[in-house]
Design a protein around this ligand. Structure first.
Ligand SMILES: [Zn+2]
Length: 252
């Protein structure tokens, strides 16, 4: 009797790890899934919880996360969520402020699964960051990187101080980072502009250049200067922004 599955033989001979061997971190992740444990990689969660009473940008309506069925009463649990797409840990697509700009589902996933460079700005006064201040960091930023600015502001999540407690590039500094062809800029604060902005000048610079803005991240103090990250916003059609689970993969 001939072998039942001769066609599979060559495929079996193909190293199954090949697509995953590009980085040590990805190898670690594969080991983790194969072994059922997190051997080789440590995962750092960069997202805040969505929940009733969570902080929302001044002036925006509160979300609600309401159970509409309970296992004890109904045999199953289900919930109804009401929320704007620009609250909590989320991603702004260019379409958020640019007519005809890319929506999240237009953007290739390799812009979301990439390296993040974290710049520590936690020891300066919060507020606009100049090109001069960023200059020493520019050489280590590669095309396609996400840049996170660590202002140590996540500890203020839930307090009034949160809305003033972070630093963001001014127009010239934003231009310099865009010149490094970054994928996105991210903050442990609520916006690319100060919260009292009515013109959103800095949003328009980032989004007008096709860059994404990532707002309200946390745990940036736990990241090394460069780390692989996964930014996973909801796949909503034509989304101008969406809540995102964001995490970093650190080799152990
Ligand atoms: Zn937003």
């Amino acid at each position: 009797m001939p072998p039942i599955l001769p066609a599979l033989a060559p495929r079996r001979a193909t190293p199954i790890l090949a697509p995953f061997t590009r980085t040590a971190v990805a190898r670690g992740l594969l080991i983790a899934s194969a072994a059922g444990e997190n051997r080789g990689v440590r995962i750092i969660d960069l997202s805040h919880h969505y929940e009733d009473g969570m902080p929302v940008f001044p002036g925006l309506p509160e979300p609600s996360f309401r159970p509409i069925a309970r296992v004890e009463d109904d045999g199953y649990a289900m919930s109804e969520y009401h929320l704007l797409n620009h609250i909590g840990t989320h991603v702004d697509a260019p379409a958020h402020q640019i007519a005809g700009g890319d929506t999240l589902d237009d953007i290739a996933l390799d812009r979301f699964v990439t390296d993040a460079v974290t710049i520590d700005v936690s020891r300066r006064e919060p507020g606009p960051l100049t090109r001069e201040e960023l200059k020493p960091h520019l050489p280590r930023i590669r095309p396609g990187d996400i840049v996170f600015l660590h202002s140590d502001n996540a500890r203020n999540w839930g307090s009034e101080a949160y809305w003033r407690g972070w630093s963001y590039p001014d127009a010239a500094a934003a231009g310099a980072l865009i010149g490094r062809e970054i994928s996105a800029i991210g903050f442990d604060g609520p916006s690319a502009d100060p919260v009292d902005s009515t013109t959103f000048e800095l949003h328009k610079i980032w989004l007008g250049a096709g860059r994404m803005i990532i707002e309200n991240v946390t745990n940036l103090d736990r990241l090394p200067p460069r780390a692989q990250v996964v930014v996973a916003p909801l796949k909503v059609r034509a989304a101008n922004g969406a809540p995102a689970r964001i995490f970093a993969l650190l080799p152990e």
